[in-house]
Design a protein around this ligand. Structure first.
Ligand code: C2E
Ligand code: SIN
Ligand code: SIN
Ligand code: FE
Ligand code: FE
Length: 522
């Protein structure tokens, strides 16, 4: 499932959930067998605008007709429902139909009867979530208006709660995907915006300004760092809360951290989340209004769900981190078998990242190439040390063994559903193909070679030429540049060779940096 959490964030923040468009209306069904009732009700409520919307009436005169109309109009907000129509209990049957068969629990039902004796039992009112029970004589214009306003308000809250529930569900479903893209920040800003929209639940015409941030504990320092923010805190992302919050708010936040629970104080709310593996997160919001009881319990419920989502996220993060580490270890195992060291895998990975960035690939692809490229030579596990570390030139037969490493690597890594390993399989297979079709293992030509393979090829050969190998000394930079110029369209994809040539200074800086980190090993 794919969602754009960023779009979600902005849609909710800027508009708030109640900016209904003008042409939208509240649908109200008047179900009554007496024509007069329709006339009077419409007259009283005509031209009234409630919560920024006009009212649209639909009239029905029998129970059966009402069932059909409500079925066809699931977005009906309120139904003013006569109890006695074609039968003594038509209205009650309609109620049962709506709640039990249609499972429509949103529409607000106001029962009306001209016969006090026909009043439904209390249990019916409770079981079927009937908002209101009115005798028709009670429905003076003022009372009718009050009844409609409160029914609409209830309906509106139900719709918003439902929207939030769905948004949260989408969020939770999307979380593994979000993590693949390495973006706790995005997840958190989506959560923050949901939180704010819940806080604005009872907003009518006044716009409530809201400020807030989400922060996560940095395990190494113990500080809480802001991951996402709105309002006054919008410019504080990435900073530590210690440096950003005024002492007053900081002490409020510290209280929640000490108690490890959600705290609500006048005008501010802090939600605290702790996952099983010890990760701690907080979401802080400021609101210039009192929270109603409904809001508070809703927010607590929301926080509960978010805790679960965080849990999933961290689990995914853990899996992903583990995966990355294993890939690195595998790469080092392969590399460690060659007697020439030089951090080949690390450099190839960095060069791939650099080239992919200059090529203009999207961020997530760059990240995956960077993570996958260290194991491009994993297939060398089948090559004996005698061949791998032979100081001189290889015989044709020996080189034949080496050439198998591409397909061996591919076969080891393919058939997984993990994106990193999938990408690693492609790179393993294609990194010795040549643009002119004279490479191995398949002799693919030009764009037949996967782009990742063409990128890794340039990175790999650059590293081989610029480093010492048991069988060769490092080349001079001019010679390397000449080789890449000469082999444009031969060994290499010309566009990628150009990227390398044109950015040689930066490439050399990367090389220097990795070699230095290695502590003079190379
Ligand atoms: P490697 O040493 O990391 O080299 C990777 C690729 O860089 C080579 O792929 C080749 O395309 C390029 N390359 C490396 N050195 C030179 C060079 O001196 N001249 C030119 N023009 N290109 C060079 P290739 O040829 O498919 O080799 C794959 C792997 O096989 C090499 O990885 C190395 O592990 C091994 N290998 C290749 N030739 C020899 C050799 O003569 N002796 C030994 N012991 N191993 C060799
Ligand atoms: C309606 O059904 O009219 C309410 C739906 C909404 O406002 O999103
Ligand atoms: C290496 O020596 O690890 C790289 C050689 C290759 O890409 O096959
Ligand atoms: Fe290779
Ligand atoms: Fe390599």
């Amino acid at each position: 499932m794919d969602i754009d959490t960023e779009a979600m964030v902005f849609a909710k923040e800027n508009e708030g959930p109640y900016d209904y468009k003008e042409q939208e209306t509240w649908k109200i069904i008047i179900a009554d067998d007496e024509e007069d009732v329709h006339q009077i009700t419409k007259m009283v409520l005509k031209d009234i605008e409630l919560f920024n919307r006009k009212i649209e009436f639909i009239s029905t005169f029998t129970g059966e007709e009402t069932k059909r109309v409500i079925r066809e109009n699931p977005d009906t907000a309120v139904i003013l429902l006569d109890v006695v129509m074609e039968t003594d209990d038509s209205g009650l049957q309609v109620v049962r139909y709506i709640r039990e068969e249609l499972k429509n629990n949103k529409v607000r039902i106001v029962l009306r009867t001209g016969y006090p004796g026909q009043a439904p039992e209390k249990q019916v009112v409770i079981d079927y979530d009937i908002n209101d029970y009115k005798e028709k004589t009670e429905l003076t214009s003022q009372k009718l208006l009050t009844t409609i306003v409160s029914a609409l308000r209830a309906y509106k809250d139900i719709i918003i709660i439902e929207e939030n529930r769905l948004a949260l569900k989408r969020l939770i479903e999307a979380s593994p995907k979000i993590f693949e893209l390495q973006s706790l920040g995005r997840f958190v800003s989506a959560v923050l915006s949901q939180m704010i929209s819940i806080m604005n639940l009872s907003k009518n015409t006044v716009f409530y300004s809201t400020a807030g941030f989400a922060a996560t504990k940095d395990v190494s320092t113990g500080d809480f760092k802001i991951l996402a923010a709105t309002g006054d805190y919008a410019n504080e992302v990435e900073k530590s809360i210690k440096d950003v919050l005024n002492p007053n708010i900081l002490s409020f936040v510290s209280k929640a951290l000490a108690r490890k629970e959600n705290i609500y104080e006048k005008g501010r709310y802090i939600a605290y989340f702790k996952s099983k593996n010890g990760a701690e997160n907080i979401i802080y919001t400021e609101i210039n209004k009192e929270l109603r009881h409904l809001d508070k319990s809703l927010i607590d419920m929301f926080c509960n769900n978010v805790s679960i989502a965080f849990e999933n996220l961290y689990l995914n993060k853990e899996i992903e981190e583990t995966q990355k580490e294993i890939i690195y270890i595998l790469g080092e195992v392969t590399e460690g078998r060659s007697s020439e060291i030089g951090n080949h895998i690390k450099k190839v990975s960095k060069y791939c990242e650099f080239i992919a960035t200059k090529y203009g690939l999207p961020k997530d692809e760059i990240e995956i190439i960077k993570m996958a490229s260290p194991i491009h030579d994993i297939g060398k596990i089948i090559v004996s040390d005698a061949i791998l570390n032979k100081p001189g030139r290889l015989t044709e037969e020996e080189f034949g063994v080496i050439k198998k490493h591409s397909m061996i690597g591919y076969n080891l890594l393919k058939n997984t559903s993990r994106k990193i390993l999938d990408t690693a399989a492609i790179i393993a297979r294609d990194h010795h193909e040549r643009y002119d079709g004279k490479g191995y293992p398949q002799g693919l030509k030009g764009e037949e070679i996967h782009l990742y393979g063409r990128i890794a090829c340039v990175a790999d050969v650059f590293d081989a030429l610029s480093s010492k190998r048991v069988y060769k000394e490092p080349w001079k930079i001019e010679d390397i540049i000449n080789y890449f110029i000469q082999e444009k369209g031969g060994h290499f994809d010309p566009k990628i060779a150009d990227i390398l040539i044109e950015n040689m200074d930066e490439i050399l800086k990367i090389k220097e940096k990795v070699d230095q980190e290695l502590g003079g090993k190379m």
